[in-house]
Ligand binder design. Structure first.
Ligand code: OSB
Ligand code: MG
Length: 368
């Protein structure tokens, strides 16, 4: 197959509820969508880079530039047999995984559509229904947090993750345990702590958390290994795992006992599947993280979550938790038992709403 054209669109979408983490607060998203023409069909992908380089070094703007100036020139006119070869064509470009991953995912969608099969089947997925959790941002008060958790539980979500940061850690966890003694609860610090904060993180063990996600430096495996020695609670790595090599090192060093796999952070399905396999071999549970995606990225997360090793509920939840109206048809919905039924149509299995996407588009560039 060959990519004939890439259409880059930056859309702007307001979140239903602003999302606050230890690294910042976001109310309006800028999302880079990719539509590719390949093999007589189209494929869609989403670049999950944020507006700022506060979660990862990439941003929407760096991804735009790297796609136009480096990724497209590396792929233009190249013939390949399958989407699984795209990653290999891009290795000369170091980093920029989210830009690569968005594009690679679009090629997978196109390949699945041209074969008339669901993308998740092409990937080797097994689960036809995936368990869902929610990620709840930092809220102004404990009462508001409690209400948000109550609401998610009432909707059936199987696991609650809350964002923490210094000054918003012990108290919210204590409150939630008081109110909901039996729920599956975890925290995500997005690298807000350092190793010397370990006594505080140790205190959180009193609330039997499923895991503590990315407490320390965004690229610091060593400190996580030191911390994991002091904790019974599993550490789950997010930011630290951007390559297969980092995943292997993290596991070997004992820096984590669980891994959050994000398609964009690792550069697409090829590496995501390698990390998934590695974790399966080492009995490390994995789950699929979210990046406040539109329906396009959400659909890809669902496809990824069907792989057999995705045994824990992820951060992939219903469209309406994020958007008034999503950019796909149908929207992603969650069953009363907190699952998503995997779509059966070809490719990602949801149709992009082109008219709505065009309405939301702030900037567009066609590469051909
Ligand atoms: O750390 O998992 C994270 C959102 C943006 C950047 C990083 C993270 C998150 C989330 C939200 O936790 C997950 C979601 O609901 O999409
Ligand atoms: Mg995280």
């Amino acid at each position: 197959m060959q990519i004939r054209q890439i259409t880059m669109r930056e859309i702007r979408m307001a979140l239903v509820t602003p999302f606050e983490t230890s690294f910042g607060r976001i109310a309006q998203r800028r999302i880079l969508l990719l539509e590719i023409a390949a093999d007589g069909t189209t494929g869609w992908g989403e670049v999950v880079a944020g507006e700022t380089p506060f979660y990862s070094p990439e941003t929407v703007d760096t991804a735009w530039l790297v796609l136009r100036d480096f990724i497209w020139p590396a792929l233009k006119g190249r013939e390949f047999c399958a989407a699984s070869e795209v990653w290999g064509l891009l290795t000369r470009i170091r980093g920029h995984n989210m830009a690569k991953g968005g594009l690679e995912a679009a090629v997978w969608d196109a390949e699945a559509r041209s074969k008339g099969v669901p993308l998740w089947k092409l990937l080797g997925g097994k689960h036809e229904e995936i368990p869902c959790g929610v990620s709840i941002g930092i809220r102004p008060t404990l009462d508001e947090l409690t209400v948000a958790v109550q609401r998610a539980l009432a909707e059936g979500y199987q696991r609650i993750k809350i964002k923490i940061r210094p000054g918003w850690d012990r108290q919210p966890v204590e409150r939630l345990r008081e109110k909901f003694p039996r729920i599956r609860l975890m925290v995500d610090a997005n690298s807000a702590y350092s190793l010397k904060d370990w006594p505080l993180l140790k205190q959180l063990e009193a609330y039997y958390l499923m895991m503590i996600e990315q407490p320390l430096g965004w690229d610091d495996l060593y400190a996580h290994a030191e911390l994991q020695k002091k904790l019974e609670t599993p550490i789950c790595l997010d930011e630290c795992i951007h390559t297969e090599e980092q995943a292997r090192a993290g596991i070997e060093l004992g820096a984590c006992r669980i891994i959050n796999i994000k398609l964009g952070r690792v550069g697409g399905y090829t590496v995501a599947r390698r990390i998934h396999k590695l974790c399966e071999d080492r009995s490390i549970p994995v789950w699929c993280g979210g990046m406040l995606e539109s329906g396009i990225g959400r659909a890809h997360n669902i496809a990824l979550s069907t792989l057999p090793g995705f045994s824990l509920p992820g951060d992939v939840s219903a469209s309406r938790r994020y958007w008034e109206t999503d950019v796909i048809e149908p929207e992603v919905e969650v069953t009363p038992s907190g699952t998503i039924r995997v779509p059966t149509g070809p490719g990602i299995g949801y149709q992009p709403r082109l008219e709505r996407i065009e309405q939301l588009t702030a900037r567009k560039e066609v590469l051909s």
